[in-house]
Each structure stands twice: as structure tokens, then as C-alpha cells.
Ligand binder design. Structure first.
Ligand code: ADP
Ligand code: MG
Length: 462
């Protein structure tokens, strides 16, 4: 659908709409439970949907603050199930008062659908992702200093190329650079994906001249997730020319990527060489100290915004820093979740509570191998791995074997035949039988349930 036909609001929304809000609401209900859902989530509406974020409507400021502090991360992961590209939520307060609604719509009504407007919608810098909020440790110090440095000396290091794995703070740093420089410069901040989308649209609409003009006006050009151009020849061609024009006119260019320039396969060599021609820095996984610092910052943020203490005990903070994955986005999610549970259960949580709360977060994010499950399980029951995998059917061997199969099914994405193969080439029907047997036993065998829980936390926690 062409956005131009969407008169009420000219933002490029509908063409990308894939979220079925009713469905999403149903899954909120399922995953948050009836109580939280009815009290907090049922009244959230979907106002706008973009490729990488959504704007959600809530009735009051209080609702917004409550929801963002407690549920934002989980809402985001629910949404991601339906649309993987979403990585941010924005809330808008939309009181029932119809007067306000009109105002909101009117604000955007006179925007014309052209490149400028639609890019502007994606060019918004997030005021919270600034340098002050960026916690520095060993793994990100160099990137941080480089980002600061280019802000003081524009186009001295050109381009600045920051790379590293997901959730380590690349977008945060890029955004901080944008904020810092937007005071005195024309800053363009765009993801490579969005750049492509704009590019294709301009070709379709015969607006390539505008497209080129528009991007080349930037005195600071920041492009996020450049790895997206891999394998896309036409896009690379256009990016190359944009890059050269900007570079020749001494615009500062800042780029992020999930890998180093020379590791960008299926990207033209001439582009790779441009990308590595300035300052290349990597951002690594946070160590224990940095994770601890980030948690402490989150605690003080929490205190400032809610005027109450999140009630985390020292050993719990320690535990979170130690056992969370090396991904800052996830660490923050874990923090929010633990605090929310603490508030709900009205008592300070201990480490064991945390283990339970974190179980499904780890479940979904940690890669757990069947080998690991097998070795932990056989150890746990003090039998050898060979015995556990052997054809022997005596109960002391068969039960642990079935438990291991059950855990393999529950904790890994492996299919039944794959699991069967890993257990000395057993048939998938054997695996089904094992899973069913254990599920049945779990219903009323406390001893078994305890063992399985313990096994899970052993498997998940190291
Ligand atoms: P990436 O772009 O590398 O995937 P992001 O920049 O989106 O990662 O960071 C993920 C989340 O973690 C964001 O909420 C960001 O604000 C936060 N974050 C990352 N690094 C830091 C840091 N050093 N200090 C504070 N917050 C951070
Ligand atoms: Mg990012």
C-alpha cells in the first residue's frame, strides 16, 4: 500500500503493518496472566507500527510509568514473537478525552508524504540513549572514547566504525553521538535497513534525485547495522556513492556493524576498504564489573523515578551480574523482571527466587546442547554417560535417560528425531514415550519434580 493514500497520517505505517493486535493481546494474557493483563495491559492500544518500533497508547502517565518500568521488556519480547524486527517501544499518553486525540492527529496531518518526512520519522534520536547514561567498563571503553572524540573533532576520524555483538551498546553509542552533534549539525541517523527501504521506495516513485539530495545534505551521517547490506548489490552501489559524496564533503560518517569490516562477506571490496579507512573499534562483552555497574545504575534510576527502593539484596545483585548472559540488553531485562517479581510478591527476593524467575529467560536465550544435558544428567544420577546412552533398560539407567530426553525436548529447539539420534540412534517414538512418561510422573511425583528442577537450574546456570 502506498503511504500517500493514507491521508490521516502520512507516516509510512500501513505498508509494513504485520501486527495483529488482537492476537498480541491474547498472548499478553497468556504470558502475563489474567491479573496483570486485566489491570495493566488490556487497555494498551497500538497507535503506530514501524519496522523497528511501535507506538503504544496508554490512558494516563501513571499507567505509562508503571508499564514501562515493570513490563516493557516482556512486552517487547512478546511483540518480537510476531515481528522480529521490533526493538523499541514508545508510549504515548492518549486520554479518553476526544479533544486530545484530534490534536494528536492534527499534528501529523499536514505532513506531506515525501522522503524527508518519512525519513524524519526514523531519524528521531532517543533522548535517553546519551553519553551520560552510557556506563563505561573495560569492554566498551575504547568505543566510548572514540565516540566522544569524534564529537570534538568532526571528520578527523572518518568514518568511525563500531562493531560488536547484539545488545552491547552500539545503537546506544550511535544515538549518543547523534544527540551530541545535533545541536550544531545536520544529523542523519538511520538503520541500514531503513536506508534500503527508503531507497527502494524512491526508485519506485521516481524520486531518486530527492533521495540522493536528501542524504547528502547531512553533515553527520550515522548508519546503524551496516551488515544489513550484505548480498544486496543495488543497495551497496547506492551506499557507496552516498558514502563517497559525504566523505568528499567532509561530513562525519559513523557506522555500526555486528562484525569487523573485513568480515563483511558479500560486501564489495571497495566498500569494505572505505569502511575500514577511518577508525575501527570494537565493543566487547561486559565483564562482571561492568554488569555490576550497570545494575547499580539501574537501581538508582529506579529509585529516582519511583521514589522507592527496588529491594535487591547484595547477593542477588551479585548473582545477576554473574549469571546473566553477556548481553546488556538482556541484563536490563532480567533486572526489570526480578524487580517486578519482588514487588509483586512483596518480599525481597533471594537467589533461589531469581533462579526460578530467570529460568525461562535463560531458556530462550542460552544455547543449550544435548551433550550438556546428557553429561549434567548422568553426573547428577551418578551413572556414566555410556551407561545412560546404552541399550540397557534397568530402571536406574532408563529413568535418567528418559529425564535427559525430556530435558532435551524442553530446553533445546531440537526435533524428536534429532534427539533420538543423540541418544545412540534411538527412534523418535522412544523420545516421545520418554517425554510423555516424565510429564505424567511430574504431575504427582514430588521427588522427581525436585530432581528435574534441580537439573534444569544446573543446566541453565553455568
Ligand atoms: P546493540 O545496538 O549493540 O545491539 P543497544 O545499543 O541497543 O545494543 O543496547 C541494548 C540496551 O542496553 C539498550 O537499552 C542500551 O541502552 C543498553 N546499554 C548497552 N550498553 C550500555 C552501557 N554501557 N550503559 C548503559 N546501558 C547500556
Ligand atoms: Mg543496535
Amino acid at each position: 500500500m502506498e503511504e500517500i493514500s493514507f491521508k490521516v497520517n502520512s507516516k509510512p505505517v500501513l505498508e509494513e503493518s504485520v501486527l495483529d493486535w488482537n492476537l498480541v493481546q491474547k498472548s499478553f494474557k497468556k504470558s502475563f496472566g489474567e491479573e496483570i493483563y486485566t489491570s495493566w495491559l488490556r487497555n494498551i492500544s497500538l497507535l503506530k507500527e514501524y519496522n523497528d518500533y511501535v507506538i503504544l497508547g496508554v490512558k494516563t502517565r501513571f499507567f505509562r510509568d508503571w508499564i514501562t518500568s515493570r513490563y516493557a521488556d516482556r512486552i517487547l519480547s512478546e511483540l518480537k514473537k510476531y515481528k522480529i524486527s521490533i526493538n523499541r517501544l514508545e508510549f504515548k499518553i492518549e486520554p479518553d478525552d476526544p479533544g486530545n486525540k484530534t490534536l494528536f492527529t492534527n499534528l501529523s496531518i499536514n505532513k506531506v508524504s515525501d522522503i524527508k518526512d518519512s525519513v524524519l520519522n526514523y531519524n528521531r534520536l532517543n533522548p535517553n540513549l546519551n553519553f551520560e547514561n552510557f556506563i563505561v567498563g573495560k569492554s566498551n571503553n575504547l568505543s566510548f572514547l572514540s565516540a566522544k572524540k569524534i564529537c570534538g573533532q568532526l571528520s578527523r576520524y572518518n568514518p568511525l566504525f563500531i562493531y560488536g555483538g547484539v545488545g552491547l551498546g552500539k545503537t546506544h553509542l550511535l544515538n549518543a553521538i547523534g544527540l551530541e552533534l545535533s545541536k550544531d549539525n545536520t544529523v542523519m541517523f538511520i538503520s541500514a535497513e531503513r536506508f534500503m527501504y527508503q531507497f527502494i521506495k524512491s526508485i519506485k516513485k521516481n524520486e531518486m534525485v530527492n533521495f540522493k539530495d536528501f542524504f547528502r545534505k547531512a553533515s553527520v551521517f550515522i548508519i546503524d547495522d551496516i551488515q544489513f547490506i550484505r548480498g544486496k548489490e543495488g543497495l551497496q552501489e547506492e551506499f557507496f556513492h552516498t558514502f563517497n559524496t559525504l566523505f568528499d564533503q567532509s561530513s562525519q560518517i559513523v557506522i555500526s556493524s555486528d562484525r569487523a569490516p573485513n568480515k563483511l562477506d558479500r560486501v564489495q571490496d571497495r566498500i569494505k576498504s572505505r569502511l575500514s579507512g577511518g577508525l575501527v573499534v570494537d565493543i566487547g562483552s561486559p565483564d562482571f564489573e561492568l554488569k555490576l555497574k550497570i545494575l547499580r545504575k539501574k537501581i538508582s534510576d529506579y529509585q529516582n523515578s519511583f521514589k522507592e527502593n527496588p529491594d535487591l539484596q547484595e547477593d542477588v545483585i551479585d548473582y545477576l551480574a554473574k549469571y546473566s548472559n553477556s548481553n546488556i540488553r538482556e541484563l536490563i531485562g532480567v533486572f526489570n523482571r526480578v524487580v517486578a517479581f519482588g514487588k509483586m510478591s512483596k518480599k525481597p527476593l533471594n537467589i533461589n527466587d531469581c533462579k526460578i524467575i530467570l529460568k525461562d529467560i535463560y531458556n530462550s536465550s542460552k544455547v543449550i546442547s544435548i551433550d550438556k544435558i546428557q553429561s549434567v544428567t548422568s553426573n547428577f544420577f551418578s551413572i556414566t554417560l555410556d551407561d545412560m546412552l546404552s541399550p540397557r533398560r534397568s530402571r536406574p539407567l532408563a529413568r535418567p535417560r528418559q529425564i535427559a530426553m525430556y530435558l532435551a525436548k524442553k530446553l533445546t529447539p531440537r526435533s524428536l528425531p534429532e534427539i533420538g539420534r543423540k541418544f545412540s540412534n534411538r527412534d523418535h517414538t522412544t523420545v516421545i514415550h520418554a517425554v510423555k512418561t516424565i510429564e505424567k510422573l511430574l504431575e504427582n511425583n514430588d521427588e522427581l519434580r525436585k530432581n528435574v528442577e534441580e537439573l534444569k537450574s544446573l543446566i541453565l546456570s553455568d
